[in-house]
Design a protein around this ligand. Structure first.
Ligand SMILES: [Zn+2]
Ligand SMILES: [Zn+2]
Length: 134
């Protein structure tokens, strides 16, 4: 039983790692079924939780929907409001960390920083004129 659970978890982890679309649990479930035909959505959720606890994946949630990310180094996300895609964004943290140092000196203890970006991705903005050119 233990071994089977470990194998399922490994497959689920590999599925998340194989994509950069930041999939939902449903998407992962559909893929997992190709390898483990009798897997249930509940099992997928359970394994996602364990993977999170092990620090192998991150959960990204906007309050409505959870997506999962096998990239756990520091990076940020841009969410397209048109196609719902999530993109990995690397920011130059140089200025931000200087500001953070000042805050720390003032006595602020920072546990977490969230930078959420939302907008329209290059794919969706292509060919779409947001401003009317008269
Ligand atoms: Zn888009
Ligand atoms: Zn990411």
């Amino acid at each position: 039983m233990q071994r089977r659970n470990t194998n399922q978890r490994k497959i689920i982890y590999e599925i998340i790692k194989s994509t950069d679309i930041h999939p939902t649990a449903d998407w992962i479930y559909e893929k997992a079924k190709m390898y483990i035909p009798n897997i249930s959505l509940g099992t997928v959720y359970r394994n996602l939780k364990v993977l999170q606890e092990e620090g192998l994946i991150l959960e990204i949630t906007d309050g409505r929907q959870s997506r999962f990310d096998a990239r756990t180094d520091r990076h940020y996300h841009f969410k397209c409001i048109k196609c719902d895609s999530i993109y990995d964004i690397d920011l130059d943290m140089l200025h931000i960390s200087a500001d953070l140092k000042h805050l720390t000196k003032k006595g602020f203890k920072i546990n977490q920083i969230n930078i959420d970006m939302e907008g329209i991705c290059p794919k969706c903005s292509k060919g779409v004129n947001l401003e009317k050119n008269n």
